[in-house]
Design a protein. Structure first.
Length: 213
């Protein structure tokens, strides 16, 4: 709780940053709203990379139309999940060779993570802010033939938490939410990760099979 209070105080004292987005990105989203947000999120999660831009667009749209925030968060989540599924299936066709090419020296550790608990791995890494190499974990999940259902569930849950949280900050603090996320993204991600991990461990304990005597 104290960490959240400190973040909130610093947040309110921070100046509003000047963010310059590519004109074509602004044009797509300005003319199509949630659909444009879906397109940007899809491209970011599949063939292209737009670090933070998708988050800033979500904040801007949510400030302009607060009542539509859940819709914008849902479109950003759907676009991100669909884009990741493209990489997932491409990696599944390419096999482990594609995975090792992208992962490099980290391949062994990522391989172990996915094999031990793929759902938790996708859930936690999808919550981390840029420059976390999340696509490597998506490629690993596909190449190592992780079941599609836990992959989609973990990714959808993580992205929903992330985008709904950003939308809430946008409605509550306006354009200062941008500065908040850019300057305290690691702290915010750490708090969210801790909460999600605690809930995940609690669910594992709650549904754990009793040891047979």
């Amino acid at each position: 709780m104290r960490a959240l209070q400190n973040l909130s105080i610093t947040f309110m004292q921070s100046p509003i940053p000047q963010i310059h987005l590519p004109h074509w990105v602004q044009a797509i989203v300005a003319s199509t709203g949630g659909l444009g947000l879906f397109v940007i999120a899809f491209l970011d999660s599949s063939i292209l990379t737009f670090p933070v831009i998708n988050d800033l667009l979500l904040i801007d749209l949510s400030i302009q139309h607060p009542a539509r925030m859940p819709y914008y968060a849902a479109m950003a989540t759907l676009g991100s999940v669909c884009g990741c599924l493209v990489d997932f299936y491409l990696a599944r066709k390419g096999g482990e060779a594609m995975f090792h090419k992208h992962a490099g020296p980290r391949a062994r550790h990522i391989h172990a993570w996915i094999n031990q608990n793929g759902f938790a791995c996708i859930l936690l890494t999808a919550l981390l802010p840029p420059p976390t190499p999340f696509k490597i974990f998506v490629i690993a999940a596909g190449a190592l033939e992780m079941p599609v259902r836990p992959f989609v569930l973990g990714l959808t849950l993580a992205r929903s938490i992330r985008f709904l949280g950003e939308g809430y900050l946008a409605i509550t603090y306006g354009y200062r939410a941008t500065q908040f996320l850019l300057t305290h993204k690691l702290e915010v991600a750490g708090i969210v990760l801790a909460v999600v991990l605690a809930l995940y461990l609690a669910s594992r304990l709650a549904f754990r099979q009793p040891a047979s005597s």
